[in-house]
Design a protein around this ligand. Structure first.
Ligand code: PLP
Length: 378
């Protein structure tokens, strides 16, 4: 089976991890800051806070912004569940905005329609690796005096109007899960230019305690205070060593992803039944996912049928994502219902993610294209 995504690990990565395993610090050691520094240099912001998942990064962002019961945060209908869950972790209410039908990125007009006196923040998701329209989102959130958060878990290395992803919102979150562009096994990071928010997130990842083990050891002191209710969201040094080693290869890997996307684009250009998502001229898309819409009207094609036949042919297609508010948990707790975001729901019946990852061979790409054309031309 050709998977829809997979990690690339080389000998240099392995050596980086093993070197840390032989060192004094497995966690809260020097590699954490080094990885944070590497990411701030890469995205061009002042601060980065490393944590142990993308979900923890989103949770830390909601904590830093002071989201609490009674607050609303606007999120797109089509995203991974944790974009909305992080609001719930803090006792807030996620409010689902619809998406643009051509890009599946959050629709700024739907964001505006869902604003209320309780709205404290908007989380934009760079779906599939394409940055959202940050110019409009920045202006709107500034106008209403609410925070803009970028869930950039799909888009590290991307750019919007020549500004790097990671610098486009007040808080920007990354995930380093193995299907994402670079991996630390599990891991995440938040980037920001706001020192106070960065400090709050450092506190949050360490139980709400003011100093960490290494700082106390350096001071020869046992004293610490817990000033907030935090979590253990710390990442390990060997994970950060892996992250730094991976980051070096990111630009090359993005080029390969874009090359595969170009081949898909060219192959599907004249196929009426297969419509790739649109790319905005202002954005540099880094293709975490390559998503197409299957035209259900023609040839009596049904997405489920295409999915099954491609899986049978050894192509690991996938669907990203079920609109979050349709999950039983949200229906039960937040009384969400189908029909809330019609564009997202319509898109959900048509979308399919095709395999794309840097180590994918040209032969595999050709196999995906051939199998897909065969299935669709039934
Ligand atoms: C992967 C992902 C997350 C969560 O990241 P984890 O590291 O798996 O916790 C959040 N949002 C989006 C859009 C993601 O793709």
């Amino acid at each position: 089976m050709i998977p829809y995504g997979r990690q690339s690990i080389d000998e240099e990565d392995i050596k980086a991890v093993v070197d840390v395993l032989r060192s004094d610090w497995l966690t809260t050691g020097p590699k954490i800051e080094q990885f944070e520094k590497a990411i701030t240099d890469f995205v061009g912001v002042k601060y980065a806070v490393a944590v142990n998942s993308g979900t923890a990064a989103l949770h830390a962002a909601m904590f830093a912004l002071g989201i609490r019961p009674g607050d609303e945060v606007i999120v797109p209908a089509i995203t991974f569940a944790s974009t909305a869950n992080c609001v719930v972790f803090q006792g807030g209410t996620p409010v689902f905005a619809d998406v643009n039908p051509e890009t599946l990125l959050i629709d700024p007009s739907s964001v505006e329609a869902h604003l209320s006196k309780k709205t404290k923040a908007v989380i934009a998701v760079d779906y599939a690796g394409q940055p959202c329209d940050y110019k409009i989102l920045q202006e709107m959130t500034a106008h209403y005096n609410i925070a803009l958060v970028a869930d950039a878990c799909h888009s590290i290395g991307g750019r919007y109007q020549d500004r790097p992803v990671g610098s486009l919102a007040l808080l920007n979150t990354f995930s380093f899960h193995p299907v994402k562009h670079i991996t630390t096994g599990e891991g995440g990071m938040i980037t920001t230019d706001d020192e106070k928010l960065a400090d709050r997130m450092r506190l949050f990842r360490n139980h709400g305690i003011t100093t960490d083990h290494r700082q106390r050891e350096a001071q020869g002191s046992w004293f610490y205070e817990m000033v907030e209710l935090g979590y253990n969201y710390r990442i390990t040094d060997f994970q950060c060593a892996l992250g730094m080693s991976q980051l070096k290869k990111l630009p090359k890997w993005i080029e390969r992803r874009r090359e595969i996307a170009r081949r898909y684009d060219e192959s599907f250009r004249n196929i009426r039944q297969i419509k790739p998502l649109s790319v905005n001229s202002q954005s540099f898309h880094v293709y975490h996912l390559y998503v197409v819409r299957i035209d259900i009207e023609s040839n009596h094609l049904d997405r489920g049928m295409v999915f099954r036949q491609l899986r049978e042919a050894g192509i690991g297609v996938n669907v990203h994502y079920i609109p979050v508010y349709l999950h039983p948990y949200y229906r039960l707790i937040f009384k969400t219902t189908s029909g809330q975001c019609p564009v997202a729901e319509d898109a959900y019946t048509k979308i399919l993610s095709l395999p794309i990852y840097p180590k994918m061979s040209d032969q595999d790409v050709a196999k995906v294209i051939d199998s897909f054309l065969q299935v669709v031309n039934l």
